[in-house]
Design a protein around this ligand. Structure first.
Ligand code: NAD
Length: 506
């Protein structure tokens, strides 16, 4: 039975619970177009953060399994079964895949929600629908992408063409398991590469299902292999494999740097990393406070704060701070209902696992020790459910250079930093971070808005909005956040190498 996105968005809690009860899980590796046992015999549990129950034991890929997956991808690349297809043929397969993702939205969304706790409505609306949109967007782009002819003298012709890199290893986090995977898979597959995908330990089930749908859509065997497994085993094996041409990584800054080391110590493969943030929302004295407060609340509480571009620091002018925070408090109380992520009325689900729960609560204590005040929230919620829920929390009076002012908490915790001086002081505080993923500025003065946007060191700057995004614009960061960009046509460059072909016409 197939349900449209719209039908799924109108489901009741009971209907979702009933559908969840019927799910079955595939826990093997996906290699050469089919599910295969891992050689290791090792497994790891996928635990649902909504109630702490074990959903399944997933097979963990060993280094040997990773080697099988990379060799399969290499063979598929070298024999040209995918890259030599006409771009229009690759487009057709990828469009069929996007259709199948939508046709299987119920199952994919349920897997995503059960595994990582995202409210079901968001799994449907964002993770699944946007994943299909991303794959379709790159499919549509690929037969409209031309090479170049260089301005040579008349006795020569020089062509500049793009060629796929070969085998891409995509290593992704759990917070948007399908969507972030699609940011890599869309451009990498459209341009003719083969991909080995390693999901985060917490979110293997949805990812395995996604890959099986690609085969169903007609993607040749071996072009997309999935190796669930432990980061330090399967992730590292991919990072060090000499037959991998590129690592496309999203995750923490710490692991991003490990991949740079793996690459340097092996074959010097390309490494693109998207890693974390502590993104500021800069609220100037003349801001529209109602609009800014709504964006501040959504910016940090959406997806329980587990969004790389969460607006987890607000840098606000002292003259409007109280009004802003009162409004954030009201909006949070009215909107962010904490509850079972399978309930469509839930806006704030659990955080991904017990470890993350402990980490977040630890940060809140650390903030208090460093002199911050808990304005609201500050503790665990719904503890009786067995799930890992955290109250939406605002820490006021945070020093920008303190731990909670600088480190990525990755939970529903806002750090409030206020300043008394001019815009320069606000910009200085906003930029005082090792990260540079996104930033926003809130002001009604268009000139100040533009001048400030230019000075904010971030890959995306929003003016009087937050988290507006689409596959049509690049996404990635400055400074320790990373190197490389996902999304937009620029991502096609990330998965291709330019080739010059010089022809003597004399
Ligand atoms: P993580 O870095 O722990 O894990 C990411 C991936 O790397 C997972 O697949 C994991 O298994 C693998 N990995 C872990 N240790 C490894 C090792 N030693 N060697 C090789 N691979 C290893 O991150 P996470 O906990 O899954 O995700 C949360 C982090 O991701 C946050 O810091 C967040 O900011 C970041 N993130 C960034 C973006 C972005 O676009 N910049 C997007 C989403 C998440």
């Amino acid at each position: 039975m197939t349900y449209s996105i719209d039908e799924l968005l109108h489901r009741s809690h009971d209907e979702w619970l009933a559908a969840a009860g019927k799910l079955t899980f595939e826990t093997r590796l996906f290699l050469d177009g089919s599910f295969t046992d891992a050689t290791s015999g090792d497994t790891f549990p996928t635990v649902s953060p909504r109630d702490g129950a074990v959903l399944a034991d997933v097979q963990a890929a060993s280094a040997e399994d990773v080697d099988r997956a990379v060799r399969s991808a290499r063979t598929a690349f070298e024999d040209g079964r995918w890259r030599d297809l006409a771009p229009r043929e690759r487009k057709r397969v990828l469009l069929r895949w996007a259709d199948l993702i939508l046709a299987n939205a119920e199952e994919l969304a349920l897997l995503d929600t059960l595994e990582m706790g995202k409210p079901i409505t968001e799994s449907v609306r964002v993770d699944v629908a946007k994943t299909a949109e991303t794959i379709a967007w790159y499919a549509e782009a690929i037969d409209k992408t031309y090479g170049e002819v260089a301005p040579t003298p008349g006795d020569a012709l020089a062509l500049i063409t793009r060629e796929p890199l070969g085998v891409v290893a995509a290593v992704v986090p759990w917070n948007y398991a399908l969507l972030i995977a699609s940011w890599k898979l869309g451009p990498a597959l459209a341009t003719g590469n083969s991909v080995v995908l390693k999901p985060a330990e917490q979110t293997s089930l949805a990812t395995l299902r996604l890959a099986a749908l690609a085969t169903e859509a007609g993607l040749p065997d071996g072009v997309l292999n999935v190796v669930p497994g432990r980061g330090e085993v399967a992730g590292q094996a991919l990072g060090r494999h000499s037959e991998v041409d590129k690592i496309a990584f999203t995750g923490s800054a710490e692991v991003a740097r490990l991949f740079q080391v793996y690459a340097g110590e092996s074959n010097g493969k390309q490494v693109a990393v998207e890693a974390g943030g502590k993104s500021p929302q800069l609220v100037l004295a003349d801001a529209d406070i109602e609009a800014a407060a709504s964006a501040v609340a959504w910016g940090v509480f959406y997806n329980a704060g587990q969004t790389c571009n969460a607006g987890s620091r607000v840098v606000v002018h002292a003259s409007v701070k109280d009004r802003l925070l009162d409004t954030v408090r009201r909006i949070t109380a009215d909107t962010f209902r904490v509850g079972d992520p399978l309930d469509p009325a839930t806006v704030l689900g659990p955080v991904v696992d017990r470890r993350q729960l402990g980490r977040i609560l630890g940060y809140i204590e650390r903030g208090k020790d460093d002199g911050a005040t808990v304005l609201f929230g500050g503790g665990r919620a719904l503890a009786g459910s067995g799930g890992s829920f955290v109250e939406p929390t605002v820490l006021d009076g945070v020093r920008n250079t303190s731990v909670v002012g600088q480190e990525e908490i990755f939970g529903p915790v806002l750090a409030v930093i206020s300043y008394d001086g001019d815009v320069d002081e606000g910009v200085r505080l906003a930029n005082e971070s090792e990260f540079g993923l996104v930033a926003s500025v809130w002001t009604q003065d268009v000139s100040v808005a533009h001048r400030t946007a230019r000075r904010l060191r971030a890959g995306t700057v929003w003016i009087n909005t937050f988290d507006a995004s689409d596959v049509i614009t690049p996404f990635g960061g400055f400074k320790a956040t990373g190197a490389g960009r996902d999304k937009s046509l620029h991502a096609l460059d990330a998965y291709t190498a330019l080739k010059t072909t010089w022809i003597n016409l004399a």
